[in-house]
Design a protein around this ligand. Structure first.
Ligand SMILES: [Zn+2]
Length: 319
């Protein structure tokens, strides 16, 4: 049973907005693009893993995707997926990496071999070992029975080849297509039931309560100024901006495309880029490239979003 669905992370949504709104000529664009692809493929890998982790040996599993929680000392950590059964927990860590990859047992690092040489891609073993300790301390704090916690690195790229398959690696690393078999193997070795349904529910309830989405401000993170961004409604056909409001529609002066409902989507970019979720009529006009404050007022009303204050001091809140 899925108890927490995976949602697209804010950091990825912000980078998607940056790909729409930071001009290709901007000096930070290459860095933004590189990070966008890293996040995009990371998420794609997690989604691929979700499909295979849905093949469970029995109904008593609770599945939580994309948990980001503080441990008992307040340090936040993120688990790609957590499976809770009455007999054990299983933490899954997705690695969307292509090519010839190797896990260095001595250093715990993930290494990719390519023509240029070696590329180190973090230390997933050490990270999972930490997560295991952190989760176990949360369980202990809740005075729940201490149950075994397993971890698995899941390779989610179909063009990945694993080099140097030692017994330890084979036990801890699995290709996503083999994940159902691995989950079953781990399940089969369990001989003791630790968690009642009530215990499992208590843990799930706590984890959901302490889960916190990551705060991320793109503009601050990259040191971008508010003038770095492409403004206005962007044409969904040819990417020209700004589109102009003409009668009831948004019109592209470059390709002639016109469309009605584009503002709802456009305004979401404002908080995603790091401007914050409050906007005044004046800021809205600047962002959407409208001259008339009256038209801006009408457009803001059409968005049907919460607001506070009156006349010029009115502030609108974007979700
Ligand atoms: Zn166009």
């Amino acid at each position: 049973m899925i108890t927490k669905d995976r949602e697209k992370p804010l950091r990825l949504l912000a980078h998607e907005a940056a790909m729409r709104r930071v001009p290709k000529t901007h000096p930070k664009h290459p860095q933004l693009e590189q990070e966008f692809y890293r996040l995009h493929y990371g998420y794609k890998g997690e989604q691929a893993m979700d499909y295979y982790s849905s093949f469970l040996p029995h109904e008593d599993y609770k599945v939580l995707h994309g948990l980001r929680i503080p441990d008992t000392k307040g340090r936040h950590f993120q688990m790609d997926s957590l499976l809770i059964s009455p007999t054990h927990c299983l933490i899954l860590d997705s690695k969307y990496v292509s090519g010839k990859i190797e896990f260095d047992e001595d250093t715990g690092s993930l290494i990719r071999h390519n023509e240029a040489g070696q590329e180190r891609l973090g230390d997933p073993f050490a990270q999972l070992a930490r997560h295991k300790i952190q989760l176990s301390s949360i369980i202990k704090d809740l005075k729940l029975p201490r149950l075994p916690i397993y971890t698995q690195i899941v390779i989610t790229h179909k063009n990945a080849t694993l080099l140097k398959k030692s017994p330890i690696i084979l036990k801890n690393v699995v290709f996503h297509t083999n994940l159902p078999t691995r989950i079953k193997e781990i399940d089969n070795t369990q001989t003791h039931t630790y968690f009642s349904n009530k215990d499992a529910n208590k843990l799930v309830k706590t984890l959901l309560k302490i889960h916190q989405d990551e705060n991320f401000n793109l503009m601050n993170y990259y040191g971008l100024s508010s003038s770095s961004f492409i403004r206005g409604v962007i044409c969904p056909i040819c990417s020209h901006a700004p589109m102009q409001k003409s009668y009831q529609k948004w019109l592209c002066l470059k390709c002639g495309h016109s469309e009605k409902e584009l503002l709802q989507q456009t305004i979401k970019d404002y908080p995603l880029l790091g401007f914050g979720n409050k906007i005044t009529n004046r800021e809205f006009r600047e962002f959407i490239c409208l001259h008339s404050s009256h038209i801006a007022y009408r457009e803001l009303l059409s968005l049907n979003i919460p607001h506070q204050g009156n006349k010029k001091a009115r502030i609108y809140f974007i979700e």
